[in-house]
Structures are given as structure tokens and as C-alpha cells.
Design a binder for this molecule. Structure first.
Ligand SMILES: Cc1cc2nc3c(=O)[nH]c(=O)nc-3n(C[C@H](O)[C@H](O)[C@H](O)COP(=O)(O)O)c2cc1C
Length: 202
């Protein structure tokens, strides 16, 4: 067994589950800041931190849920079903964090690395996405360690332009939407692949 049950970080990683239903309890502002601070300290390519976190609460959160539900019928199953589920999850969470990439590393990368911008676009965009993904994982783990639940809603990519418009960010790129709150129930979660299936030693 690789698990070190005495290590709080390892335990927090092991017991994190995607939570899609929340109790009707407000989320303390200090906890939101603690979670966002953890996200902001993630590693990022060339320390560019090309991310932004948009906190959506109250009526705006209800409006976001309504927006997602409105566009669900435009898609075939299973996308429409997952969008409707996402709308319900957003409606039940006291706070929702939208994560976006600013495009700053894409803009600055060619100067910083002295490479042709067009050739390097894919590289810098990938670096931004990977960096923001690290920030989102920090966010999920920080929430879990504070007794909160969260889920990464990547499906909203299918309406990314509408989401960017909603969060009032005219430039940059959609990354993720993460509802956070006190879990109504922590699911067992899907089975993970056996470790030996995904590793190879050379
Ligand atoms: C990039 C990414 C996108 C995801 N998008 C969604 C989503 O749109 N809706 C959803 O309910 N869960 C989404 N998830 C959560 C996964 O379904 C979940 O992590 C996976 O089933 C494993 O379960 P666990 O998080 O409980 O370990 C996403 C996770 C990742 C990393």
C-alpha cells in the first residue's frame, strides 16, 4: 500500500471526491480567500501566473445556473444532460469560482524565450493551460482540506464564449468553473485504475 495515512497532504489528496450537491449553508469569505490563495500559489510556467479567479455568489450564481440550463437543449445527449447537471450543481453551491487563462504568457512568451510567436503559440497556450490546471487542483485540494466539497466543471467549455461574456472578461480563455460548498453528501467516487496499470519503470 503506497498510502501514508499519517500525512495530512496525502490524506487530503486520497479522500478528495468530486462533490456535485451542497448544503444550503453560506461559505465564509475567509475560506474562499484561503482556497484562492492556495490556487494562486500553484506552480506556473516561467512563474507567469497567467490565471484569474472570478468569484460568483448570490444572484450572479443563480444567473449562471440559468445561463447553463438555457443552452443545454442546444446540444445532443450526453452533453445536454451533463450541462443540466452542472446547472443544478451551480444552483446548489454557495460559491462558484470561474478560472480563466489571461493569455499573458502567450503574449509575452515569444519575447521572454526569443522565439517566433506563431511557431510558439501552441507551446505557450499549453503552458498556460497546464499552469491553470495546477491552480485548479490546488483549489480542489484546499477546499477538501477545509471540509468543503467542489467539482471541476469542464463541460462548460462548450459554451465558453457565453461564460467569458458572463464573467465580463473580454480577453483570455475559459479554463474551468468550480462550485464550492459544504457537501450535502460525499460520494464514494468512481474507481481509479490500479497504480501498476499506469506506471512504468525504466
Ligand atoms: C478537466 C476536467 C473536467 C471535468 N469536467 C466535469 C464536468 O463537466 N462535470 C462533472 O460533473 N465533473 C467533471 N469533472 C470531474 C470528473 O468527473 C471527476 O474528477 C472524475 O469522475 C473522478 O472522480 P473524483 O473527482 O471524485 O475522483 C472534470 C474533471 C476534470 C479534471
Amino acid at each position: 500500500m503506497p498510502e501514508d495515512f499519517s500525512n495530512q497532504t496525502i490524506m487530503s489528496i486520497l479522500n478528495r471526491r468530486s462533490v456535485r450537491q451542497f448544503q444550503d449553508i453560506p461559505l465564509e469569505d475567509e475560506k474562499i480567500r484561503t482556497i484562492l490563495d492556495a490556487a494562486n500559489r500553484a506552480p506556473s510556467a516561467h512563474n507567469q501566473q497567467a490565471w484569474r479567479f472570478i468569484v460568483i455568489q448570490g444572484q450572479k450564481r443563480k444567473d449562471l445556473s440559468a445561463l447553463v440550463a438555457k443552452y443545454a437543449p442546444d446540444f445532443n445527449k450526453p452533453v445536454s444532460t451533463i450541462l443540466r447537471m452542472s446547472a443544478r450543481t451551480i444552483a446548489s453551491a454557495p460559491a462558484v469560482i470561474a478560472v480563466m487563462n489571461t493569455g499573458q504568457f502567450i503574449a509575452n512568451g515569444s519575447t521572454l524565450f526569443r522565439v517566433n510567436r506563431d511557431d510558439a503559440l501552441d507551446f505557450f497556450r499549453t503552458m498556460e493551460i497546464q499552469s491553470s490546471a495546477a491552480a485548479v487542483e490546488n483549489l480542489l485540494l484546499a477546499a477538501n482540506s477545509l471540509g468543503l466539497g467542489s467539482v471541476w466543471l469542464g463541460i462548460l467549455y462548450v459554451i465558453k464564449d457565453q461564460i467569458m461574456d458572463f464573467i465580463d472578461e473580454p480577453s483570455g480563455e475559459f479554463m474551468a468553473v468550480v462550485p464550492i460548498g459544504y457537501p450535502a453528501r460525499v460520494p464514494e467516487g468512481p474507481k481509479k485504475k490500479p497504480l501498476d496499470e499506469v506506471i512504468k519503470y525504466l
